[in-house]
Design a protein around this ligand. Structure first.
Ligand code: PLP
Length: 462
């Protein structure tokens, strides 16, 4: 216990010559907090255990330094995605194209025309920046961009269905992950859920019966299944039939597409993901989808449809609370331009990944293997992810490593800088070139070869 008295005081540490260097680096107040924290920990260590921590000011100040470094280290850092999941929600979904990044930088680094009309020299509207592009691409009468698609659905239901009924099929009461559950969003909006049909089957007559027996129905909602598929004895009416029915009752049909493709995924060996253009052509009045799923842009919720309804959304107070910022609008507009020019396949990273040819992926995996002198190139499957195209995979080639403890190996990969995220397939650690950005190859290979060398050294000495 006597050693407690030997702990240096805060002042002694602050007056130590090393403290001056630390103060320059971290500032006085942070340094003081760091010193107090390290001294508290040292006191606890003396009280709690038989261990005898060093009480030398140098060593204590070293600890302060690492603690402060740790406090300041960013937690949101880039990673190398070698999982082969293209729209990996946990890894930030869609990587942006260079022009989208440049647009963000130019907009963020100074002032911009976010809500300024240059021609008239007066206040303008932030909704104009992406609206025209979205209208031209999808053929919609009007468009509105919000923070994300969850906000889009919430806004649509709040503005168009509050205190009134919303018809939705029991086959579509989905949870898409990250806490987004259709019935809960419905409850938040104040709309009343009216369930139609059964878990696996719903017919047009089910909707019609519900419309006849409920008087305050405000709209029919269709939600895309997104991340699951029902198979077997199933049925859902077509969107067109549903739209016709809604219109017979003077109601809008709202289609939550989730990912919402602007390109036809079936051209790339995938199932057909419902397209925004098709939804509108089939008669949906309001269609909403994400900006950072198959569109390959920034996080955003995009709402397109008939002017009548979009105007009501724009005027609703909630629209103000879920409005997008200038960075989102800049990146979104820069991404949408490629769809208008029909260059999305080549220019939008997500689509570049989807359309990569297996032969090219095989070549890259082989280049990796040659560089490392280790592992085997084997066929495997990449997935699109992001709540689109469940069960759908794309043929790829991966580099597979036989290591003694695959899970420990994955943990070591995560300690790299930038961290590498890989996966295990049949007890082997596999790396899919499809989602590793080509400009990351150098960093990726250097780190991986470093880990492999360490491993070999360890194995040789054990
Ligand atoms: C992904 C998804 C959402 C939520 O979109 P975010 O952009 O993640 O907020 C809503 N509905 C469906 C059907 C989805 O797939």
């Amino acid at each position: 216990m006597n050693r407690l008295r030997e702990i240096p005081s805060v002042d002694v540490l602050l007056q130590h010559p090393r403290a001056e260097v630390l103060q320059k680096r971290f500032g006085r107040s942070l340094l003081l907090n760091g010193v107090r924290s390290v001294l508290d920990d040292t006191r606890q260590a003396l009280l709690n255990s038989s261990e005898s921590p060093s009480l030398s000011p140098e060593i204590l100040l070293n600890r302060v330094e690492s603690l402060l470094e740790q406090w300041l280290a960013p937690t949101l850092v880039p990673v190398i995605n070698a999982t082969g999941v293209i729209l990996h929600t946990n890894l930030g979904r869609a990587p942006l194209s260079l022009p989208a990044l440049r647009a963000m930088q130019e907009t963020a680094g100074g002032y911009c025309t976010l809500e300024y009309d240059l021609e008239r020299g007066e206040r303008g509207s932030r909704t104009v920046h992406a609206e025209m592009l979205l209208r031209r691409i999808t053929g919609a009468e009007a468009a509105l961009v919000v923070n994300n698609n969850a906000a889009a659905v919430l806004l649509v239901l709040t503005a168009l269905a509050r205190r009134r009924g919303v018809l939705i099929s029991r086959t579509q009461l989905v949870e898409i992950g990250g806490g987004f559950r259709v019935p809960e969003v419905m409850a938040q909006s104040g709309a009343k859920l009216i369930e139609v049909g059964t878990t696996n089957r719903v017919r047009l007559e089910d909707y019609e019966d519900a419309l006849r027996s409920h008087h305050s129905v405000s709209l029919i909602l269709r939600a895309h299944h997104s991340n699951f598929r029902i198979i077997g004895f199933t049925a859902e009416p077509s969107l067109k039939d549903l739209a016709d029915l809604a219109h017979r009752y003077q109601l809008p049909l709202v289609d939550d597409l989730g990912s919402g493709a602007l390109l036809d995924t079936s051209k790339y060996g995938l199932a057909h993901e419902p397209m925004v253009q098709e939804s509108l052509a089939d008669g949906a009045d309001v269609v909403c989808f994400s900006g950072d799923k198959l569109l390959g842009g920034p996080q955003a919720g995009i709402i397109v449809g008939k002017s009548e309804w979009i105007a009501r959304l724009k005027k609703h107070p909630l629209a103000r609370a879920v409005r997008p910022d200038k960075l989102t609008l800049a990146a979104l507009a820069a991404t949408l331009v490629y769809y208008l020019k029909e260059e999305a396949e080549e220019q939008v990273p997500v689509w570049r990944m989807i359309t990569q040819k297996p032969e090219r992926l095989k070549e890259r995996a082989q280049e990796w293997q040659t560089f490392l002198g280790f592992g085997e190139v084997i066929p495997s499957r990449s997935t699109v992810g992001g709540g689109s195209l469940p069960e759908e995979t794309l043929p790829t080639f991966v580099l597979a490593l036989n290591v003694r403890k695959p899970n420990a190996f994955l943990a070591n990969l995560r300690k790299c800088s930038p961290p590498i995220i890989a996966r295990i397939e049949e007890e082997r650690v596999v790396f899919d070139p499809r989602t590793v950005l080509p400009e990351q190859d150098g960093l990726f290979l250097n780190q991986l070869s470093h880990i492999l060398q360490n491993q070999r050294r360890k194995e040789a000495s054990s």
